[in-house]
Design a protein around this ligand. Sequence first.
Ligand code: ATP
Ligand code: MG
Length: 234
Amino acid sequence: ASWPTSGEIRVENLTARYSKCGPAVLHNLSFNIHTGERIGVVGRTGSGKSSLTLALLRCILTDGTVYFNGLATKEINLENLRSNITIIPQSPELLSGALRYNLDPFDEYDDATLNAALKASGLYALHTDPGVEGRLGLDTAIASNGSNISAGQRQIIALARAIVRSSKLLILDEATSAIDHETDAIIQNTLRTELGPDVTVLTIAHRLQTIMDADKIMVLDGGRITEFATPAEL
Ligand code: ATP
Ligand code: MG
């Protein structure tokens, strides 16, 4: 089978900073996540949650080692790394053009696959915003920057893209500002029911409810892990 075969992550002494002379924003983190685990990440604003997602993808400067499915990410070329780990940021950027183009920018998948992902992600169930005609479908036009789509809905589209690519590791940085309950529920339901048992999911969550059924919860404070345990242990 082609790499990656699992969504296992091993992190050893990970320190990260945004610039060479800037301060460290993550301090010597070490932890393991088994394939298929559902991890909730919490911590106050500025605690390093988003920085951790960036460090895992080598988007910021890091010391230490991150292994993804047994390979040190330093040894994996960036394109390969980033096409196998999906990060859904707090405010995903969309490409202007049809929804189809956003799900499959390189025209690699057939309509059946794309439609299945639309359905699995809950996009079909969305109420449409003003400016979006009718139900969201593959041919729905996305305005530049996805300005006709809310942050939460943009995250659902990014989630659909992850389903299309069958990523083994998915990192969701929940939209903070005014994510409505409906959107949150759609996302949580998709994560619970539509991903394979071997898909590892890290969810940076702002609502306690979102992480209650996580396998483990990681608490960050000042760029350090202060807890990493099952919800029952916390
Ligand atoms: P939030 O809950 O508000 O999203 P967070 O836990 O995701 O917060 P981070 O964005 O990871 O927090 O920020 C951690 C630290 O990194 C903070 O001290 C922040 O100021 C710093 N930081 C974040 N982004 C940058 C950047 N682009 N350049 C320099 N420092 C940054
Ligand atoms: Mg953040």
